[in-house]
Design a protein around this ligand. Structure first.
Ligand SMILES: NC(=O)c1ccc[n+]([C@@H]2O[C@H](COP(=O)([O-])OP(=O)(O)OC[C@H]3O[C@@H](n4cnc5c(N)ncnc54)[C@H](OP(=O)(O)O)[C@@H]3O)[C@@H](O)[C@H]2O)c1
Length: 285
């Protein structure tokens, strides 16, 4: 008897880790899963999709345009899911943005501009949160959400007072995260005295740090009893974002994500749910 395949949607899967994860799933677990590839750019997405179709002609894979920053684009993919599939089983929030010198080889005295901060947050934080909120109603009752975060988001990188704030579960809502983002924009506008600065000087770091706060403090309230959400750091990986200096290959970087997709059973896993995971193990926020 043919198995009913679980459906996996991966954001930003035209290149890098997202594209690699499509390949992992189709090459190793195509009996179990079918994949919805997505990209924000039609041409880049089509090219990537054709590459996958040429390499895995027998496997079930679809392509749909998705810019996670764009309300209409998210609305359109939700409509597509509800009409074509009804529900999906796994959402991988992989898409993200990094202005290279915002993290690597930062010039001395670097401070992100407000524009950089807003652009980074719009994708890595708010687009990802909105994508999560809008997909949850279309996630199967035992579905999984993988949020691809980063060790750059670990709270130990933030000043002491911010660490305390981020550790305080009670204080957190999406509204609170929005206020903290505004606070970071003020720091970028030089409106906060150096002695009062509450954030590190990387929009990418702070975006992933607040994404982790969302998963840790708000995640549980969004999902159903038997669904799970994971925050994953892939390590430093050779992609356009990670640069060629990174030690890990894309396949190595995707190991934890692929493990959570294919080996961790569907349904709630209390040890891993709403936790930060590296190399298949829970790590400190
Ligand atoms: N590489 C690393 O060392 C590393 C380390 C830690 C965490 N991560 C995380 O791993 C994930 C994948 O990173 P990567 O290294 O594969 O990066 P990448 O090669 O730069 O790929 C990023 C993907 O996100 C897409 N994207 C950007 N903005 C988008 C938007 N608004 N809507 C939809 N898609 C959008 C990009 O599309 P375009 O091609 O159109 O730009 C691209 O497909 C990210 O969440 C990243 O933060 C990476």
């Amino acid at each position: 008897m043919q198995q009913i395949k679980r459906v996996v949607l991966i954001t930003g899967s035209n290149k890098g880790l997202g594209f690699g994860l499509v390949e992992d799933i189709l090459s190793k677990s195509s009996q179990q899963f079918r994949v919805i590839m997505t990209a924000r750019d039609q041409q880049r997405g089509e090219q990537a999709f054709q590459k996958i179709k040429a390499k895995y002609p027998e496997e079930e894979v679809d392509f749909h345009l998705l810019d996670i920053e764009d309300d209409q684009s998210r609305e359109s993919i939700v409509k597509y899911i509800s009409e074509k599939y009804g529900k999906i089983d796994i959402l991988v929030n992989n898409a993200a943005y990094l202005l290279t010198h915002d993290l690597f080889s930062q010039p001395e005295g670097y401070q992100p501009s407000v524009e950089t901060a807003k652009k980074t947050f719009s994708i890595n934080l708010f687009g990802t949160i909105q994508m999560t909120q809008e997909i949850v109603p279309f996630l199967t009752d035992d579905g999984k959400i993988l949020q691809i975060s980063s060790r750059a988001g670990q709270i130990s990188r933030q000043p002491q007072q911010t660490q305390q704030l981020l550790n305080n579960t009670e204080a957190f809502t999406v509204q609170k995260i929005t206020e903290l983002a505004e606070d970071f924009y003020k720091q970028c506008e030089n409106k906060i005295q150096p002695k009062d600065q509450r954030w590190s000087f990387s929009a990418y770091e702070v975006s992933k740090c607040l994404l982790n706060a969302f998963i840790r403090h708000v995640g549980l309230s969004l999902i159903k009893q038997n669904q799970s959400m994971y925050s994953i750091t892939p390590g430093w990986v050779k992609t356009d974002m990670g640069t060629s200096n990174a030690p890990r290959t894309v396949e190595e970087g995707n190991d934890t994500s692929y493990y959570l997709i294919s080996s961790v059973p569907f349904g709630r896993n209390d040890q891993l749910n709403c936790k930060f995971i590296a190399d298949r193990n829970v790590i400190d926020w």
